[in-house]
Design a protein around this ligand. Structure first.
Ligand SMILES: [Zn+2]
Length: 88
């Protein structure tokens, strides 16, 4: 979805203003599933900005949860993102 918006000419700053998190903090929490998905999508499109999130995203924790749920499509995206930011 992020790629689709970028392809349509949206600027990354506009995507950074979107809100996905269910938390009530000023910034997005960085600790819920929607934050994680958003971070993965942003990393994979080279527009990740850690400033958008209240706390550092724990990719390993979410990766494990993802594996547990056997969501193969998401695992591929997550691996790609982790490689890009140098975790694996
Ligand atoms: Zn969140």
């Amino acid at each position: 979805m992020v790629k689709m918006y970028l392809d349509k000419g949206f600027k990354k700053e506009e995507l950074w203003k979107t809100r996905s998190c269910y938390g009530t903090m000023k910034k997005e929490c960085g600790n819920c599933k929607t934050c994680f998905r958003k971070a993965v999508a942003f990393i994979n499109n080279d527009i990740f900005n850690p400033e958008l999130f209240e706390q550092k995203i724990d990719f390993r924790k979410f990766m494990q949860q993802t594996i547990d749920k056997k969501r193969k499509g998401e695992i591929k995206d997550t691996k790609e993102a982790m490689k890009r930011i140098g975790i694996i």
